[in-house]
Design a protein around this ligand. Sequence first.
Ligand SMILES: NC(=O)c1ccc[n+]([C@@H]2O[C@H](COP(=O)([O-])OP(=O)(O)OC[C@H]3O[C@@H](n4cnc5c(N)ncnc54)[C@H](OP(=O)(O)O)[C@@H]3O)[C@@H](O)[C@H]2O)c1
Length: 325
Amino acid sequence: MGDAGRNHPGSGNAGMNDGERAPWRVAVLGASGLLGRAIAAELAASAGFEVVSTAMSRAGEGLHRLDLTDTPALERFFDTHRPRTVVLAAAERRPDICEHEPARARALNVTAVEAVARAARRHECRVLAISTDYVFDGRDAPYLPDAAPHPLNAYGQSKLDGEEALWSVTRDGCVLRLPLLYGPLEALGESAVTSFIPALQRASAQHPAVIDNWAIRYPTFTLDIAVVIRQILERDAAGRPVDGTHHWSGDEPMTKYAIALNLAERLDLDPSLIVAQSTPTDATPRPFDCHLDSSSLEALGIGKRTPFKQGLDLVLGNWAVVQTG
Ligand SMILES: NC(=O)c1ccc[n+]([C@@H]2O[C@H](COP(=O)([O-])OP(=O)(O)OC[C@H]3O[C@@H](n4cnc5c(N)ncnc54)[C@H](OP(=O)(O)O)[C@@H]3O)[C@@H](O)[C@H]2O)c1
């Protein structure tokens, strides 16, 4: 990061020793979402950070309402809260919506990224923007961060264009690409790891659940990603920022069919009612295998991986509590 004179604690808090260092203020945009919730909670639990969280439809206690497509509101937010780093977790991440409502998807996934980057630059604030493995076509895994992107669908294209929108404004920032996410839920539909649970529960001998056994996914736990992001931001706050594009991924390859068998075991469902679908049937094209090589972050000592079965147990256990509570 060409950041001579930037306001890192080492420079901006000149004269203070480490014990007196002011918390690093981070704005988490999209903190009501599957990933944003985990990030905001992880940072809030760390004494080194002060967190300002935003949401859209789920704004409420502790969550400021901020529509990222409203540029004047975004500017007011930066003027009021003056974050040192902004984590951009808000996005339209549903591939089918991106395919059928491209203008709506691009307003959030592209135009708003550029607006955030511009506001951040004016306030000497770094941006960490979340992106996706869907920027790749899935034909040549594993992918290093500098591998040539080639999205197959409108979602992947909008996220790639969002990355480029960030880089058109500043090189002082980080793009973190992630694969299929799962983590503590507010609704089963929030994650593609859990969204087909109702179909598994409805399955019968006459109508088995037919689940994709073609595409390879690397389900990645949101609580692990939150740790990765905290570790990245700790480097920011120490004046050793992590710039450029990086990847983080779980390391257990599995198809949705394999995920379904894990779910069936955990939920005591009959696995013989789940049928493997060996060719892709999705209306929206999806890549075969986008395994993200995470070595650039691992080389910095950054990373955390919870075994899938353990993460799933935690998610389903929490979900049972949410249901009965
Ligand atoms: N989910 C995955 O499997 C996956 C995989 C790879 C990468 N990613 C990336 O990871 C990031 C987080 O995804 P996620 O799954 O956590 O998404 P999510 O659960 O759908 O959350 C989306 C967030 O965006 C907010 N939002 C929606 N419209 C907004 C607007 N106009 N202005 C401001 N905020 C708005 C939502 O707020 P409200 O809910 O309050 O309206 C919510 O906080 C995204 O960049 C996504 O592309 C996700």
